[in-house]
Write a protein that binds this ligand. Sequence first.
Ligand SMILES: [Zn+2]
Length: 59
Amino acid sequence: MFFKKKTIQCSSCNKEIQGGDEFYLRMRYPYYEGSVRIKKFIEVEGVATCLECVKKSSS
Ligand SMILES: [Zn+2]
């Protein structure tokens, strides 16, 4: 079965962040409280960076 779903990608190399992957996420704390679905919020507001790109940019 193939499910079309939104994935989180590295903002630098566009690599998909897979389940279980370690990655860095920069995001704002939500302004609003309550029924925030954290996964949705990360998709909309989060800037993900994979470990390789973090290593690249820090070296
Ligand atoms: Zn990357």
